[in-house]
Design a protein around this ligand. Sequence first.
Ligand code: ZN
Length: 136
Amino acid sequence: MKVKKISHIGISVPSIEDYIGFFEGFLDLEFTGTEVVEDQKVKVAFLTIGESRIELLEPTAPDSPVQKYIDKNDGKPRIHHVAYEVEDLEAALEEAKEAGIKLIDEKPRIGAGGVRIAFIHPRASAGVLTELCEQH
Ligand code: ZN
C-alpha cells in the first residue's frame, strides 16, 4: 500500500467552541472553517498544520457515532481517528481485504470536503480507528 502522509488526526469534542482556543489560539494553527457532514451527524472544524490537519469533530445529534464515542469516554474529548492519505483508495481497500484486515467500509464513501474515505476497524489497527482517504 502506498501511504503518502498523515492526512489528519480527528479529535472528538463535545463542543468545538470550547476547544478551538487551544488549537487556534495557543498552538496558532490556521483555522480554515467548519463543515457539517450530515451522513456522520458531525460538525468538523479544520486546522492546518504543515501538510496535515487537525479535525475537531463535534456531534450534531444524540445518535451521532461521534456522540457515542464521547459518551464512552465519560463525555471527554479524545483522539477519534488517524487518517492516512493513500494514492488509490480502491486499491488500498482491495489490499486490506486480501490481507484479512477488518474494514468498517468495504467501499469508499464521501467524507468532509467531498473526499473519498473508508474506515478500517480499530481491532485491525492497534486500537486506533483508522481512516484511509484520497487527496482533495
Ligand atoms: Zn477523518
